[in-house]
Design a protein around this ligand. Structure first.
Ligand code: SF4
Ligand code: SF4
Length: 303
């Protein structure tokens, strides 16, 4: 017997920001969904990449009291030689240790939330959205991975007159994207690298689906975006290729995000290395990027 989809699907969410100003117009409630098919080496939300909940440890806050180790049923905390290590293969993200930490050094990132709860919260914020021209944005992670949840949130927010936006990497099937597009007022579509070999190297996946989906979007309400990663996505060759691609698919606008040099901090919280150089300078000459856009007939805005 076929299983009916839930009328109130749950999503795996790792954060909700009720004062987001970079994820679409106005003041927005940004809902961060966990799980992503890409693993960009510069990702500023590395806790978004895994689909399952994860424990984070903020070493600067830890006073090595050992309360967490005493509470953990799996023996996943090791405090030796002035160092606090999480044995991640043992951790089930149960959260027992988090409750014992008085310093706020521990947190579980990722919890299940029903779509109706997100919509109810958004509905309470509608007066703020209306005043600022804002709304709700689903981002991540990759919202298309949780298509039932995303669809329910977007559809039900739309039905309440709340502006809806979704940010995507485009690394998904066209069917999934199109299904969600029906309920989205604005799609924010992140491009990265046009050279497939480079794309595989830096994001861990091919760009075939990303470019194919993008080329089908030109007549929709879509904002193409490019995060400027020094020497990688902002390299002259890639910038030119991105602008040419946009022109070819009939789009004449691009939003760019300057590099955030603090992006590497969260990797330590997850016990993962940050492969980019922490001292990497941000893109120095945004004006040169804007000039290139003008010379190629693409209007660039800085987000
Ligand atoms: S309970 Fe908190 S402060 Fe104490 S050792 Fe664990 S993480 Fe550190
Ligand atoms: S979340 Fe649970 S399993 Fe993981 S370290 Fe804490 S107490 Fe142990």
């Amino acid at each position: 017997m076929a299983v009916e989809p839930s009328s109130d699907p749950e999503g795996m969410v790792f954060d909700v920001d009720t004062f987001a100003v970079h994820d679409g117009p106005g003041i927005r409630m940004a809902v961060y969904l966990k799980g992503c098919p890409l693993s960009c080496k510069w990702c500023h939300s590395p806790e978004s990449q895994e689909s399952a909940p994860e424990l984070i440890l903020i070493p600067d806050r830890c006073v090595m009291c050992g309360e967490c180790a005493a509470a953990c049923p799996e023996g996943a905390h090791r405090l030796t030689g002035g160092e606090h290590q999480i044995l991640r293969s043992r951790c089930t993200a149960c959260g027992a240790c988090v409750e014992q930490c008085q310093q706020g050094a521990l947190a579980v990132k990722g919890h299940r939330v029903p779509a109706s709860l997100v919509v109810a919260r958004a509905a309470r914020m509608k007066p703020f959205f209306d005043r600022s021209g804002g709304g709700v944005t689903l981002t991540g992670g990759e919202p298309t991975l949780q298509v039932d949840f995303a669809e329910a949130v977007l559809r039900d927010c739309g039905a309440r007159g709340i502006h809806t936006a979704m940010e995507t990497s485009g690394a998904c099937s066209w069917e999934r994207l199109e299904r969600l597009m029906r309920h989205v007022d604005l799609l924010i579509y992140d491009l990265k690298l046009l050279d497939d070999e480079q794309h595989r190297h830096w994001t861990g996946a091919t760009n075939e689906q990303v470019l194919d989906n993008a080329s089908r979007l030109c007549d929709r309400n879509v904002e193409f975006r490019l995060a400027l990663i020094p020497g990688i996505t902002d390299a002259r060759q890639n910038l030119q290729a991105v602008l040419s691609f946009l022109r070819d698919i009939g789009s004449t606008r691009l939003a760019v995000l300057p590099y955030n040099p603090s992006a590497g901090a969260k990797y330590e919280w997850l016990g993962r290395p940050y492969e980019l150089d922490h001292s990497t300078e941000g893109t120095g000459d945004l004006e040169a990027v804007l000039r290139m856009g003008r010379s190629m007939g693409v209007s660039i805005t800085v987000v």
